[in-house]
Design a protein around this ligand. Structure first.
Ligand code: PLP
Length: 429
């Protein structure tokens, strides 16, 4: 195929030849980097396939359940598949878990009791968890139930402050929560090895403390998961990596049997635990999305690296850098002004398959403490394994870009963000 044919199509969706050429020159430098991602995806694809075969996934697993959802074999099999993939004793994988925040909240509320203390050894947690914990006061927070919170901040260079963590571990500490991905922060995300080291440090001093990991955006980025490195409990969202773009809702919690059961008693209620919860007709999408997830994550990672390389070449600070190892699918680009952040997000939106004609604007989103602009023209509302960009409108005016169900689409989105920035005269090529 001639390059002019593809350039013409790019032009039809609004990307000019100059922007295309700029992107092409960036992409040409990334071949080796992309090859490594193929290897990770291959490993993870086999891991998922093996877990599905081992658990004898069959067509009957996809049949809907209704009402109480007792004896939902498809649900129970899927939970065993998750447990096998993450190498844990148990799993909860449910449409009743509404999002990642909910999964984390269920895991926390299920395993903490009045008088216990929760510790974050990695600085402030994800914005929405501040209200779950009660860092920002909210009805029904852990603080209202008498669970206290302590935090050890990261060092200036983004690494763990071990003396501060040691000091923050008190006799009251019951659970330590470690967020793998940076979320909306400009700190680095942690590797599984780093998380393993931190957990070993904590366990050495307090073997009885529960180590939980917020694994949102981290699934299938590496061949190992935090649960392979000592995490007792882990949670995430199905409209991010493990849903593979097909799960229309849901969250998961994996870990030690006892801890997952405690979470189940919070997710439904004491006594019923994981025995109830009809799956309606979502199971096929959960299975099929999980099956596709390693490949989808690979595409999203290619997009993230491409965005990093492209904006780095234009002189913007990016996190992680285009040459750095990846721990999650999020790419932060510090654009430095609200106008650039808004133009970037409007470009991502304009490249979407759904709602491409909509122009996103910043708004006061529940759970966040500054206005947020979100670009997402997704098949599943709010899905951030699909091509999306979010930015809190606050200094340093960084935009967080993630997802893309295919690498080709991620690439088009990034080119479109550059197109909007150049059209507005905010960036010169
Ligand atoms: C997305 C995310 C959450 C919250 O998930 P929601 O599904 O948006 O509620 C929590 N922690 C991290 C690190 C995340 O990326």
């Amino acid at each position: 195929m001639s390059e002019s044919a593809i350039k013409e199509l790019y032009q039809k969706i609004g990307i000019c030849p100059q922007v295309y050429d700029y992107g092409k020159h960036i992409e040409d430098q990334l071949k080796e980097r992309f090859q490594k991602l193929e290897e990770t995806a291959e490993y993870n694809q086999l891991k998922v396939l093996h877990a599905m075969q081992k658990n004898r996934v069959s067509e009957a697993c996809f049949y809907p359940s209704t009402g109480y959802g007792y004896n939902d074999v498809g649900r129970e099999t899927l939970e065993q598949v998750y447990a096998d993939i993450f190498h844990t004793q148990a799993a909860l994988v449910r449409p009743q878990i509404t999002c990642g925040t909910h999964a984390l909240a269920v895991a926390l509320f299920g395993n903490l009791r009045p008088g216990d203390e929760l510790l974050s050894p990695v600085g402030r947690p994800y914005d929405t968890l501040e209200e779950v914990i009660g860092i920002r006061s909210q009805k029904g927070s852990l603080a209202e139930y008498g669970v206290t919170y302590r935090q050890a901040d990261l060092k200036e260079n983004g690494t763990f402050d071990y003396p501060a963590i040691e000091q923050a571990l008190t006799p009251k500490t019951r659970l330590v929560t470690i967020q793998r991905s940076k979320g909306y922060q400009t700190r680095p995300s942690f590797s599984v090895a780093q998380i393993g080291e931190l957990i070993a440090f904590i366990k050495k001093r307090r073997p009885d403390v529960i180590c939980m990991v917020d694994n949102c955006y981290g699934e299938f980025v590496d061949i190992l998961e935090p649960s392979d490195a000592g995490a007792d409990l882990m949670a995430g969202s199905l409209i991010k990596n493990p849903g593979g773009g097909l799960a229309p809702i849901g969250g998961y919690i994996v870990g030690k049997k006892e801890l997952v059961e405690q979470a189940a008693c919070r997710m439904t209620c004491p006594g019923l635990g994981k025995e109830v919860g009809a799956s309606l007709d979502v199971k096929q999408s959960f299975y099929q999305g999980l099956f596709l997830a390693p490949t989808v994550v690979k595409g999203a990672l290619k997009g993230a690296i491409y965005a990093a390389a492209l904006y780095e070449s234009l002189g913007y600070p990016v996190l992680p850098g285009s040459q750095e190892p990846r721990q999650d699918i999020i790419q932060a680009v510090t654009l430095g002004t609200p106008e650039k952040v808004i133009a970037f997000c409007q470009g991502i939106q304009a490249a979407a398959p759904v709602d491409s004609y909509v122009v996103p604007e910043p708004w006061d989103m529940p759970g966040y403490d500054s206005p947020v602009i979100m670009a997402a023209g997704a098949f599943v509302s709010g899905s951030s394994i699909e091509l999306s960009a979010d930015a809190p409108i606050r200094p340093p005016y960084a935009v967080y870009f993630q997802g893309g169900l295919t690498w080709e689409h991620a690439k088009a989105g990034i080119l479109m963000s550059l197109e909007k920035l150049t059209e507005a005269g905010l960036v010169q090529l």
